[in-house]
Design a protein around this ligand. Structure first.
Ligand code: NAD
Length: 368
């Protein structure tokens, strides 16, 4: 059974706010944090591990690697207990002088939830194992919604994930679409969205994939992004197209939205100014491409130069009648990271207030 050691919850106030969080309380009265395992300490996994470590209501109890790479050494040097996802590979860690605590199964024996950050389409293969160990599990956007049964976005469907055992944080692109479109649905109503995703080729650390000198269209319409967004904003009418381009920095979306009523650019900007994890840049100030956005992220001195927020060009927001046109950029390696933290809170009902969780996560990560 999931969470067998914990039986009641106690509200505690977040300092300086009116937010109350529920902490687990064991039978003996001891308050405990949620014990989180990371399976797959790669691009997303290592970021989620750091983000969870910065929260006071959850802790990392271990991370896994398949091979003794530099990331395995990084995990140990950061103080994380390291477990081996493929038991036969334990000797190679020993040969490399990297201390391991045990296997993935050992880790599953001591955690409350596993954040599965294995490569896309591999996570689903672990679902039965997580079930067997009675641990909750969060999967990532590389898995299909149908295989997991639930999807998550902090803003649009936190409430649907309260207390749930298995879910999936939607992909970086879908998270980006949800962040800017959901507040439009709430404020103006949305009749129809047409969105074109200009996708980075691989992540910056990936020297094997392209495209190197081509633009690659997704010939199926809609691309998977539209249907994926409907897993977290159910009644949305959206069509999407996508192309992959030779860049590693960010994705860029060109979006057209038919609003439910006539509006002005200023009204739309005001709505997004109030929206967490959406930030503005200005072409007039010299931020005319994803290159300058990433330079700005370096100047912000966030961990790894990440930019967890979705970036909208303020001077690229145009409304004609009820049709909104805008551009947004997505830092694919980091926008889903705070969502994973909020997702843990929803699954353990640490707070039922999504905005409270978002605020708490943001404060810990230095967002906004
Ligand atoms: P990654 O390749 O950078 O990291 C995956 C990690 O899992 C690696 O450390 C790899 O060694 C490890 N691994 C491989 N097979 C394993 C196994 N069987 N058991 C345990 N670990 C295993 O991948 P990523 O970019 O972090 O992607 C992880 C998930 O996050 C995917 O579903 C992906 O679609 C999704 N995602 C990725 C991005 C992105 O831009 N990188 C953005 C959003 C969501």
């Amino acid at each position: 059974m999931v969470m067998s050691t914990v039986n009641i919850f106690l509200p505690s106030r977040v300092a300086g706010t009116n937010i109350y969080l529920l902490r687990f309380v064991k039978g003996n009265g001891e308050q405990v944090t949620v014990k989180v395992a990371i399976n797959g300490y790669g691009t997303i996994g290592k970021r989620v591990a750091d983000a969870v470590s910065l929260q006071d209501d959850m802790e990392i109890v271990g991370v896994t690697k398949t091979r003794p790479t530099f990331e395995a050494r990084l995990a140990v040097s950061k103080g994380f207990d390291l477990y081996v996802a493929i038991p036969e590979n334990i000797p190679s860690f020993e040969e490399a002088g990297i201390t391991v605590k045990g296997t993935l199964e050992d880790l599953l024996g001591i955690c409350d939830v596993v954040v599965d950050c294995t490569p896309g389409k591999e996570g689903v293969n672990n679902l039965e194992r997580y079930r067997k160990f009675g641990v909750k599990a969060i999967f990532q956007g590389g898995e299909k919604h149908e295989n997991i049964g639930m999807s998550f976005n902090s803003l649009s469907n936190y409430h649907e994930n309260l207390g749930i055992d298995y879910t999936r944080v939607v992909s970086c692109n879908t998270t980006g679409l949800a962040r800017t479109i959901y507040p439009l649905v709430k404020e103006f109503g949305v009749k129809k969205v047409y969105a074109t995703m200009v996708r980075r080729g691989p992540d910056p650390n990936n020297s094997k994939k392209g495209p190197v000198n081509a633009i690659v269209p997704v010939l199926k319409v809609p691309s998977h992004h539209g249907p994926d967004l409907k897993t977290v904003i159910h009644d949305l009418d959206i069509d999407t197209m996508a192309v992959a381009v030779p860049t590693t920095l960010m994705h860029l979306h060109c979006n057209v939205v038919e609003l439910g009523r006539e509006a002005t650019s200023e009204e739309v900007i005001k709505v997004w100014e109030k929206t967490p994890r959406v930030t503005f840049v200005d072409g007039g100030e010299g931020i005319v491409s994803t290159a300058q956005i990433m330079e700005m992220a370096k100047d912000l001195k966030r961990d790894r130069s990440d930019l967890n927020e979705i970036t909208v060009w303020k001077d690229g927001v145009h409304v004609v009648g009820n049709t909104l046109y805008y551009y947004q950029a997505i830092h694919q390696e980091s926008d889903v990271v705070p969502e994973n933290v909020d997702c843990i809170r929803a699954m353990f009902r640490l707070t039922e207030d999504n905005l409270g969780s978002i605020e708490k996560t943001n404060r810990a990560l230095g967002i906004n």
